[in-house]
Structure formats: structure tokens, C-alpha cells
Design a protein around this ligand. Structure first.
Ligand code: ZN
Ligand code: ZN
Length: 345
């Protein structure tokens, strides 16, 4: 299969109005990481088009598909898998031109949520007063399939979904073809790290899914330090006092006996500048997962849109150093994703 990244940022497209970012992008171009939100194209061996997520990156992909069999009168076929419906994963959809061509056949796979069908959620962003036309004129979207954890879709490739750990829930996908597997684990908050446990149940599920994968495309929105609020000393003190003194006011349960999720809620309150509970991870934890799974490459994605290219370079460098520190250089390839990155497996 052939992969091309069209969007590798989380939250919002990178704010090019921010002077620092804009200057860097202009001076580094074309070696910049880009600025679009999440979208990954995977082309199966038989040429069938698979798309994962519809952030702003899908706009450019759509324009390119118009020259690749999705123009009016042609019968372009694609399967679009959404990890979830947070805005950075669907905001490009209203501008995805192939969806407006009635002769195309695009199937959408998405999870139903908050007592709404997947189609209702997606069409909501084009309802009055958010968008000038309604989604029902996107006549190229011919099928809406509801998908959830544990499901496997058999098409030109096999696509398996498992539950991610993310607010409002999200899916992690594994795409397999001819014995080769890639895992798309964006919008994922790791287990274990803040409690000193090596792996928690969700990490173990991800490791299991990613066993022997060619690559894990992994969420690295926050650095480990940003994740705990930017102050290691303060984090240590808070943890110490929670572990010795804290009892849940309602149940009286001590911190040490709380579940992982319960502890995270307390920590998020005690450390308001932390990103605990925001549903994202970091490169260091990605290395843990990738090594445990025996994956060949760790592709860092869902970059923080407030980061400059230089800051992303530093994150990648730190990840390389971490690998070196563990004596694992050569066991795992670290690849930072950027808009336009192409890979073949
Ligand atoms: Zn996201
Ligand atoms: Zn999200």
C-alpha cells in the first residue's frame, strides 16, 4: 500500500498568522511540516482509495483526486474512515470536491455518538447557520456505515477498529494488506505513564493491534513535560501529596486505590495547566508502544498547531535521543509526519 499524509496537525490548522510560524514556514519551504489538520491517504495494491480522517488536508487531496478518476462523469470509488468527529478530523469535508460529483461512490465509516447517527453528526457541520449548502448535495457520498471498536471491514484492504482513549471516544484503525499492517493511532492518550506503571489496559490493546506493524502513526501533540503541566517539581510534589493524603470526598477511597481514570480526573484538577485528560500523547510514550509491539517505524503526527517547525524538530530530536538512551537505535525508525510525506509498505 501507498501512503500520503495530507494533514498532520491537531486542533486547528496551524495559525500561519502567527509571525514566528509564518516566517519559519516561508524560510524553510518546502521542508516545512505544513499546516493542515489530519488526513491520511492510503492506496491499496489494487488502486482503491482509502482515506483516514477529513481534516483540512482532505481539501488538497480532493483536488488531486479530480485528476485521478473522480472528475464529473467518472466513477471514483473511495472509503473514508473517520477516527471521530472532533472538528479537526471533519472540518475539510464540506470542501472535499469529489463528494459533490454524483458519479463518484464514496463510502463513509464513522462511529455514532451522543444519540446521533454518524451521518447526522457529519451533516451537522453543514446545517444552517454553519455552511451555505447542506450535505445532501454531496451526492458522491453514497454510503454511510456505522463502525465501532472490534469491527473489521473487508475491502481491498482489511481495516480493523479498536477503541482509543480520547474524550467523547475515538477509534484507532489498523489497515492490513498482503501481511503488512499500518496502525493509525491519532487522538490517543496513553495509559500508565503518570502512575509509573509500564502499560495500562488500553496501551496493551494498542500494542496487541500493532504487533509487527510496518508503522504506528502516533499522536504526539504534547511533550511529556507539557503533558504534566510544564513543571516537573510541582508535578512530583502534587503526586506525593495525593498518594499520601488524598481521599475521594464522596467515597473516601484513597488515591492509591483509585482506577487510572479516576486518578486522572484528580490530577487534572490539581494541575490545571497540565494536559492530562485531553486525550493526547507524546513521542516518548509512542516509543514505548512501538518497541513493545515490535513495529518497524513510529510516525509522529497530530502535531500541536502552536509549535513552530523548529519546536517539532526538537521533539523529533528528543525522540531520537530517547531511542539512543535505550540502546534501541536501529530497532525502530522515527519519522516525523509532514504534509506531503509519502511512504510505501
Ligand atoms: Zn484531533
Ligand atoms: Zn479529538
Amino acid at each position: 500500500m501507498k501512503l500520503k499524509f495530507y494533514g498532520v496537525f491537531g486542533s486547528v490548522p496551524r495559525p500561519i498568522a502567527m509571525d514566528e510560524v509564518r516566517e519559519e514556514m516561508l524560510s524553510r519551504s518546502p521542508a516545512t511540516y505544513g499546516g493542515n489538520t489530519t488526513c491520511l491517504e492510503v492506496i491499496a495494491g489494487d488502486g482503491k482509495e482509502f482515506i483516514f480522517d477529513a481534516g483540512t488536508g482532505i481539501v488538497k487531496l480532493g483536488l488531486q483526486l479530480m485528476g485521478r478518476g473522480f472528475a464529473p462523469g467518472k466513477n471514483g470509488k473511495a472509503a473514508l474512515f473517520l477516527t471521530h468527529q472532533h472538528y479537526d478530523h471533519i472540518q475539510g469535508m464540506p470542501f472535499f470536491v469529489p463528494a459533490y460529483i454524483p458519479t463518484n461512490e464514496i463510502a463513509v465509516y464513522s462511529e455514532p455518538k451522543v444519540s446521533k447517527t454518524a451521518k447526522e453528526i457529519l451533516s451537522g457541520q453543514m446545517a444552517v447557520p454553519y455552511f451555505p449548502v447542506k450535505m445532501d448535495i454531496q451526492r458522491g457520498l453514497v454510503e454511510f456505515h456505522e463502525i465501532g471498536p472490534g469491527q473489521i471491514i473487508r475491502d481491498s484492504m482489511e481495516v480493523e477498529a479498536i477503541r482509543s482513549n480520547h474524550p467523547d471516544s475515538s477509534l484507532i484503525y489498523a489497515a492490513c494488506e498482503a501481511g503488512k499492517k499500518i496502525v493509525f493511532a491519532t487522538d490517543y492518550e496513553h495509559d500508565g505513564q503518570i502512575l509509573g506503571k509500564r502499560f495500562g489496559p488500553r496501551d496493551n490493546a494498542l500494542i496487541e493491534l500493532a504487533k509487527g506493524a510496518e508503522m504506528i502513526i502516533y499522536d504526539c501533540q504534547f511533550t511529556p513535560l507539557e503533558y504534566i503541566g510544564g513543571d516537573m517539581q510541582r508535578f512530583g510534589k502534587v503526586m506525593e501529596s495525593l498518594q499520601t493524603l488524598y481521599h475521594d470526598p464522596a467515597t473516601g477511597k484513597p488515591f492509591s486505590e483509585m482506577s487510572f481514570d479516576e486518578r486522572k480526573v484528580v490530577l487534572a484538577k490539581e494541575l490545571p495547566m497540565s494536559k492530562i485528560g485531553w486525550g493526547h500523547s507524546n513521542a516518548k510514550h509512542g516509543i514505548d508502544i512501538a518497541l513493545a509491539a515490535g513495529a518497524k517505524a513510529l510516525v509522529l503526527t497530530h502535531h500541536n498547531p502552536l509549535n513552530t517547525d523548529k519546536k517539532i524538530d526538537e521533539i523529533v530530536e528528543q525522540a531520537e535521543q530517547e531511542l539512543q538512551r535505550r540502546g534501541m537505535v536501529g530497532s525502530l525508525r522515527i519519522v516525523p509526519a509532514y504534509d506531503g510525506l509519502e511512504m510505501q509498505v
